[in-house]
Design a protein around this ligand. Sequence first.
Ligand code: ADP
Ligand code: TRP
Length: 337
Amino acid sequence: MRILSGVQSSGKLHLGNYFGAIRQFIELQSEGEALYFIANLHAMTTVRDPVRMRALTFDAALDFLALGLDPEQATLFRQSDVPEIPELFWYLSAISPMGLLERAHSFKDKVGKGISPDLGLFTYPVLMAADILLYGSEVVPVGKDQVQHLEMTRDIATKFNLAYVPGYDPKRDEDPKTRKVEGILRLPVARVQDGSASVPGLDGLKMSKSYGNTIDLFADDATTKKRIMAIKSDSTPVESPKDPDATPVRALLALFASPDELAEIDRSFREGGKGYGHYKVQLLDLFHAHFDAARARRKQLEQDPGYVEGVLARGAERARGYGAPVIARCREAVGTR
Ligand code: ADP
Ligand code: TRP
């Protein structure tokens, strides 16, 4: 099974990124041929400072490695180190209908949040399709918000196959038994992690760096504590029973707690006698128990940029090897070779 996913290097990683996406990447690395990349070309839609751009890309590599990505098992690379990506992006752009892109929620959402409506932002899903299709990826682990992009990727791959593969029948492509003519581009499926599909932020809205409501994985101890203590709660007195859903603390605790621990937490909310501060301290303890090893590993890796750079260089080479047969067939099909 070929697994592929990417994360934009546009800011610091937070609990939403981890439980919605990265934890799943790490778990999947032993289940197939996994490729994970730092989507720094995508990040250019929002990051305009080259110094920051380089630093964020490097930070993302540190994050992945610290959180348990094993470069012997999985291929970790920088998107910009694979020149076949922008090439395939163009082949796909040439056949992608405007109407398809105009339906993308993410473009509208991002423009709504104040990101400049540039062509790169508009064609973001086509670049993402190139990322996925270049390696014949089968499974793409992503957060819920990326599912539409995966559907667009399948649509674009189908369009390409229809345009360039004589006798290609999309209805038959789904099933190897009925398939007569294989497409050049393989249709991937999204894998969304259930349970933690939407992690709430400090204010109860979806945790997102653009809302400023995150709990970051690698902030220093004092900042982490300050953030967790700032989670929204109401003024219910300590002794009174509390509705577990009145504060995002409960949903955040649920990310770490076992089912038994969670049942106990819910019981204690309803019983009363404990203030919100108590649950926040419990969350802080669980956060540290879960992430302290990765936090220490990241500090060590920071001291060894040569090692990290080596991992990325080897990763890019391996990724280009996986992509080579697909891009060769695309060039042949479109007639650039
Ligand atoms: P942000 O919203 O902070 O900019 P990104 O859009 O860069 O985060 O998301 C990177 C990955 O993390 C995506 O796969 C996305 O689905 C996942 N993700 C981000 N925020 C959350 C969240 N609050 N809950 C679950 N998954 C999330
Ligand atoms: N768009 C994804 C995000 O914002 C990042 C990404 C870029 C990606 N290319 C990809 C994810 C290919 C999966 C596969 O999170």
